[in-house]
Design a protein around this ligand. Structure first.
Ligand code: PMP
Length: 363
């Protein structure tokens, strides 16, 4: 075998760009347009005074953060696992729960990192096509002997709720049907965008010990730069997840992230304020886009998935870019006609509307 043959080759995830262009309206990675809570700033300032603590390794359980998350959601800390963003948590979940040699299932249009982790960890998978209106049909995830349409056995299931990039929410009864019909595999619900008006499946984790809910501080808590994510599930699943994490890299969350994360989760009032503002802007912006000639899905997230009916989508993407508005466009089957537009401040979105009007020649 040559050196090349001995190397693990993977197709990496392509994240949205982070260009440093002055004046850019950056609506391509679903970040929050508002700053983190003032309590986060205060926690980091206090930590500065204790910077000698950085000499030591951080708490490998991130217990202070785990306890704050557990208290906030009213669950036992044994049911909480924290990681370096939900990407880290999800990656550990793939490594821990999807190993049976049976195919795992996820939608054909979804968070594209799932396919990357499946490739990295050599997990067989099957893409389940969304319906033509981009909704998930729960029957596609239910084995035939339970009355559903999934062929063969199922090694595991993962989907975001709301889904990304479609923004569409799957109802609680549908999630429960998928989870209850699959007691022999782990079902992961990636709730990265749940705080913008969707319902969390968190309460179902008390009833079903094969369900894991994963959330992030990157969007609704305005902390993408701190890299904090967490999973909530049965103590059994969380225990297995910790065993794998401690076999991979024990010290993941650093002291700053632990302190800042705790402060963020404790400031519920601010969290409600900024998520409420984003939802309000989204609803206004959706109406404006419709009036301009876009078709879109019903988003319960901090972005819209919108298709211009008046011009070619890629051309609009490029024209927006020329005008210093960066959104996301995938040249892929089924979604090539759509743009994913993150919700920014009211001023950002007003400017985007004006720019689209100019591109259309209406101004
Ligand atoms: N899940 C989904 C569906 C996402 O869109 C993202 C953001 N790219 C993530 C997980 C990861 O977010 P983070 O690692 O910042 O928590």
């Amino acid at each position: 075998m040559s050196l090349e043959d001995k190397i693990r080759k993977v197709e990496p995830y392509v994240a949205g760009e982070q260009p440093k262009v002055p004046g850019l309206i950056k609506l391509n990675t679903n970040e929050c347009p508002y700053p983190p809570s003032g309590k986060v700033k205060e926690a980091l300032r206090l930590l500065e005074e204790e910077s000698e603590k950085l000499r030591l390794y951080p708490d490998m359980n991130a217990q202070e953060l785990v306890d704050a998350i557990a208290a906030h959601y009213g669950v036992d800390p044994e049911r909480v696992f924290a990681g370096v963003g939900s990407d880290d948590v999800l990656s550990m979940c793939f490594l821990t729960f999807f190993t049976g040699g049976e195919e795992i299932l996820f939608p054909d249009v979804t968070y594209s990192f799932y396919e990357v982790w499946a490739g990295l960890y050599r997990i067989p998978y099957r893409l389940v096509p969304l319906c033509s209106d981009f909704t998930i049909d729960p029957e596609d995830y239910i084995p035939a002997d339970k009355g559903g349409r999934a062929p063969g056995t199922i090694g595991g299931i993962i989907f975001p709720n709301p889904n990304a990039p479609t923004g569409i929410e799957l109802g609680q009864e549908d999630i429960e049907r998928i989870v209850s019909a699959n007691p022999d595999c782990v079902v992961i619900v990636d709730e990265a965008y749940v705080d913008f008006g969707a319902r969390s499946a968190l309460s179902l984790t008390e009833k079903y010990d094969n369900l894991l809910v994963v959330q992030t501080f990157s969007k609704s808590r305005a902390m993408a730069g701190s890299r904090i994510g967490f999973a909530i599930g049965s103590p059994r699943l969380i225990g297995y997840l910790k065993d794998v994490k401690f076999s991979f890299n024990s010290y993941t969350l650093n002291l700053q992230a632990i302190r800042a994360g705790r402060a963020a989760v404790e400031d519920d009032e601010y969290f409600r304020e900024i998520t409420g503002k984003v939802v309000k802007t989204r609803e206004w912006f959706a109406k404006e886009l419709k009036d301009l000639g876009f078709e879109m899905t019903q988003s319960r997230t901090n972005f819209l998935f919108a298709k211009p009916l008046f011009m070619d989508t890629n051309e609009l993407f490029l024209r927006l870019r020329e005008n210093k508005v960066l959104v996301r466009h995938w040249d892929r089957p089924r979604i090539g006609d759509y743009l994913r537009i993150t919700i920014g401040t009211d001023d950002d979105m007003r400017e985007v509307i004006n720019i689209i009007r100019r591109i259309k020649g209406e101004d």
